[in-house]
Design a protein around this ligand. Structure first.
Ligand code: ZN
Length: 262
């Protein structure tokens, strides 16, 4: 079984403090579990740089670079244009396969939604200019996320760790977006995401860990690793009434296509 983990953060400092051997060991362990390729996603210029460093170190690691909606709070508004410019420069790296992660996160009451929308929009434009797919983070912002991607029909990509409804997933698929599933499909009470996982077409879904976050059951609440990706595969196989091997192969091929790796 060969696996493609389409979303992880191995530059996260959690690996230094919570995992013996750190990110390097976590990455090498994933190979033993059959994970042949990993996309690491940056969230602001600093983490984009550390992600690119990992992509240089490991030939099977690729990078997405972008500005995450939750990370813009680290910067003063007067630097917004500079931040975008810096991100666009980082896209020139040969291991970059997508603009991401970008999007909207309305989980926290105090977030500046207009500023998040400005960054999301600007980066959709950047993706269009560079003909790159996007990796989208949509947390409790389904309406505005959909409304944004709909305005850029020339761009497509993936909604990572999808948490919307089956109806929304159908509309996204129609726009050419893949739906990506992670640890949440293994959770007992995740009724909605299981419904999405049961109905999304074969050629329109991907798998991911979002490591070090969102560890699948039975590791829920602990540090996540790409080596746990088979647990996501088993859950999807059960939900879709097929074999784990079929899920692994489908999602591997889908990822190769979406991120233009051949
Ligand atoms: Zn992420």
């Amino acid at each position: 079984m060969r696996l493609f983990d389409t979303h992880a953060h191995y530059d996260d400092p959690k690996y230094d403090t919570e995992y013996p051997g750190g990110a390097d060991r976590a990455i090498t362990e994933s190979r033993k579990a059959g994970v042949e390729r990993i996309i690491c996603a940056g969230t602001r210029p600093e983490t984009n740089s550390s992600t690119l460093k990992l992509a240089e170190e490991y030939d099977y690691i690729y990078a997405a670079v972008g500005i995450h909606p939750s990370d813009i709070r680290f910067f003063d508004r007067k630097h917004d244009q500079t931040l975008l410019k810096k991100t666009e420069e980082q896209l020139a790296h040969p291991k970059v396969v997508a603009v991401g992660e970008i999007g909207l996160d309305y989980h926290y009451e105090e977030t500046d939604r207009e500023r998040q929308k400005f960054f999301f929009d600007s980066q959709m434009k950047i993706a269009a200019t560079h003909s790159l797919p996007v990796v989208i983070h949509d947390r409790e912002a389904h309406g505005d996320s959909f409304e944004t991607v709909r305005r850029y029909p020339e761009v497509s990509g993936v909604f990572h760790c999808f948490s919307g409804s089956a109806e929304m997933s159908k509309q996204l698929v129609r726009l050419g977006y893949c739906i990506s599933f992670g640890g949440t499909v293994t959770f007992k009470n995740a009724k909605e995401v299981k419904e999405v996982a049961a109905t999304v077409p074969d050629d329109m879904f991907l798998i991911e860990t979002d490591a070090p976050y969102l560890a699948p059951s039975p590791h829920r609440g602990k540090i996540n690793l790409s080596a746990y990706l088979p647990l996501v595969v088993y859950a999807l196989a059960e939900i879709r009434g097929t074999s784990p091997e079929a899920i692994a192969e489908l999602t591997y091929e889908n990822a190769m296509r979406v991120f233009k790796l051949r």
